[in-house]
Design a protein around this ligand. Structure first.
Ligand code: ATP
Ligand code: MG
Length: 215
């Protein structure tokens, strides 16, 4: 078992390496066409933390915690396995539906309307997975990173590219508010909008017409 480094700098270094590992894992997994489940989400978490903090890597938390600067109280730790199981079933249903969209994007004689709908469906499924992970907060730490990587796995599996959601200092509030908007009102729009922005960046501004209309 790898001990958690005592020194903050070393811990950060190891976590950074873990994120690189996890990104490599999702890229490979996206191509492999093996089932995506909450087990895969645990695997992403394990990739991030096995070197930095192996005690928590890929395992559900055994304690209650609060999220800094958020009014969402993650569920009691005893509820985590059950909630993850339910989410796993919901994920399987959602992915079943996205499979049908996949062919539309790949179709050579592309029907614009269904391609736009298919892309939107993939993005919304990724947004759902991102939020459900942060909402349940199944892990002791690294829930945000795991959620963002898991969302990228969905994007990449269904023919898009992984994105980088802006979570650094000046965008932190917007990101937190977008998640809170789902917690409080079931409104995915702000998070979906951030994901579209990430995609626009990756596609050099090309898919502007997919961008949801601003209210
Ligand atoms: N209101 C909220 N509802 C649900 N999730 C939230 C809310 N506010 C923040 N979060 C999520 O909680 C994450 C922080 O939890 P945690 O410390 O476990 O993740 P992390 O990966 O270590 O953090 P970071 O994302 O800062 O790298 C945020 O990144 C965000 O994804
Ligand atoms: Mg953290």
């Amino acid at each position: 078992m790898v001990q958690r480094p005592k020194n903050e700098a070393e811990l950060q270094e190891r976590e950074a390496i873990g994120v690189i590992r996890a990104s490599r894992f999702i890229r490979r997994y996206a191509k492999a066409h093996t089932k995506i489940s909450m087990g895969t989400v645990c695997r992403i978490h394990r990739e991030i933390f096995s070197f930095a903090w192996s005690d928590i890597a890929g395992t559900y938390r055994g304690e209650n915690l609060e999220i800094t600067d958020s009014h969402h109280h993650p569920p009691h730790y005893t509820e985590v396995p059950g909630l993850m199981e339910n989410a796993d079933e919901e994920l399987a249903e959602k992915l079943e539906a996205v499979h049908m969209a996949e062919g539309t994007i790949r179709d050579e004689v592309i029907d614009e309307e269904s391609a736009v709908g298919a892309i939107d469906h993939v993005i919304k499924t990724a947004a759902w997975l991102h939020h459900v992970i942060t909402y349940i907060h199944p892990f002791r730490d690294g829930n945000g990173r795991t959620a963002r990587l898991a969302a990228n796995l969905i994007l990449e599996r269904f023919g898009l590219v992984g994105i980088s959601i802006k979570v650094e200092q000046q965008n932190k509030n917007r990101y937190r508010k977008a998640l809170a908007q789902i917690d409080d009102h079931g409104d995915y729009e702000p998070l979906v909008e951030m994901m579209y922005e990430g995609l626009i960046e990756r596609y050099e501004g090309v898919p502007m017409k997919f961008y949801p209309a601003k209210k």
